[in-house]
Write a protein that binds this ligand. Sequence first.
Ligand SMILES: *[C@@H]1O[C@H](CO)[C@@H](O)[C@H](O)[C@H]1NC(C)=O
Length: 482
Amino acid sequence: MSDFDKYSTPLSSRYASEEMSSLFSSRNRFSTWRKLWLNLAIAEKELGLTVITNEAIEQLKEHLHISDEEIIAASKQEAIVRHDVMAHVHTFGETCPAAAGIIHLGATSCFVTDNADLIFLRDAYDIIIPKLANVIDRLAKFALEYKDLPVLGWTHFQPAQLTTLGKRVTLWIQELLWDLRNFVRARNDIGFRGVKGTTGTQASFLSLFHGDHEKVEALDKRVAELLGFDIVYPVTGQTYSRKVDIDVLAPLSSFAATAHKMATDIRLLANLKEIEEPFEKSQIGSSAMAYKRNPMRCERVCSLARHLGTLFSDAVQTASVQWFERTLDDSAIRRISLPSAFLTADILLTTLSNISSGLVVYPKVIERRIKSELPFMATENIIMAMVEEGVSRQEVHEAIRVLSHQAAAVVKEEGKDNDLIERVKNDEFFKPVWNKLDMLLDPSTFVGRAPQQVEKFINNDVADALAPFQEKINDAVVNLSV
Ligand SMILES: *[C@@H]1O[C@H](CO)[C@@H](O)[C@H](O)[C@H]1NC(C)=O
């Protein structure tokens, strides 16, 4: 069977970035186990276990990166012993004979499997956090560029009042800022399962150190420190609590909702022909309808975002059914949901980055739509202006009501443009404000504080939130693999 004869997940075969794919690869998994074994040996030696020689440590250090041959050898061994961790202990020992007798000393499988998972979760956040900062930065620039451009606002997806394009984009950005805060919090809350033994009591290590409790505690802390963790969970069963997985996945699922909402807005705007996602010269929209320019990137975002949104519930379900010190019914589902969640989040961010730096705006279409709706919105202003000229508010209101209904009939029944302003101009009653109509109909007077809100939000809130990531923010083109 070649690769073409097997199912492979589109997350890695089609969409994911190389760095995220390789983080969750077999090679990185097994190499990380090796790193854990090495650091366990280093710490045990530091704390006085003389059976661990310098030569053993040197050999382990030299072979942290597992080779293809070793992965194959370990999987052959696994077929015999039916235990992946023991198969890798064996293979590592063959490569490092001076260390063969002390690899995994005092540990249980979860020492490598669980601690490695926590390292992957932390490192995966370190990949996506700067990507999210980048998306926010790109959208912030776009929002500033269009802070003054009036657009028709929608409530119930029915024409409402005006806002500006930049202001609309700040609504997306604010949600992304919350996602950034959630990502960073979740990342910094990830602790280390540490050196805890089979049921979490550290019994094997207590006997290894002849009853010296302080050394056992020191070992737990030292290995965590060597792996770059400030937090070690103070108590664990055999595994770290699966509630940690809930807290790690929750921000990703919440971010999925942000991505879905934003991509949907862009899809609706594409239908209105006001905004389009980037479209390449050679891109084909439809195999039959050659004129089509489908918002396929945003559709992909929505599709994957729904998947990511549901992964949170995998973690909730799995944490709820853990029995006592552990069960193994968490294993298979975690192999799928944890990598999927980060691969999917990574793809969403790459795609959003590509979209947000290439959005195409059609100001004439936007203006045309405003012109067809604005006359109705302007009626309040016309009434006010008439009152200032000494006319009774009730009389003006009635006159406007009659003309508005006539204009609405022209639009809906005859399919023609809104002619309310023409009617006002032809009605002597409105003569006192004829010379003010242009001013009363200037769209920029309908956007309230939108431009000021955008400026303040981007220059204060967004700038503060992005400050820690400045070095990682850039304008590089983000290519999509397909
Ligand atoms: C988006 O991705 C496409 C396809 O890889 C690429 O041609 C284009 O330059 C990218 N656009 C941006 C703005 O990153």
